[in-house]
Design a protein around this ligand. Structure first.
Ligand SMILES: [Zn+2]
Length: 96
């Protein structure tokens, strides 16, 4: 998926259309596997037979791709979702 490096779009802070720089949003913090709650949960799953609660449910594979838009006027950031669920990563392309 290609996306231009600069877009002219609405800025909710300036309340008008301005030129925005585009950055790719990185994923937020991952789950800490060594956190106390997670270790406890794993221990619970380990035991013999019986009812094991909270088995992991299959997750959806693809997530909506996000970009961060930085307004050139007020330098504030806001996010935008590009397309819907897809595995394709966003590439920034200079505007042709
Ligand atoms: Zn702005």
């Amino acid at each position: 998926m290609e996306y231009p490096k600069e877009v002219r779009t609405y800025c909710p802070f300036c309340k008008k259309y301005t030129v925005h720089k585009v950055k790719i949003a990185t994923r937020g913090s991952r789950d800490r596997t060594l956190a106390k709650g997670n270790r406890k949960h794993e221990r619970k799953l380990k035991g013999y037979g019986g009812k094991r609660r909270g088995k992991k449910t299959p997750r959806k594979q693809a997530k909506p791709q996000k970009v961060i838009l930085i307004c050139s006027n007020c330098k504030k950031k806001h996010e935008k979702i590009v397309g819907s669920r897809t595995k394709k990563k966003i590439e920034l392309v200079a505007k042709s």
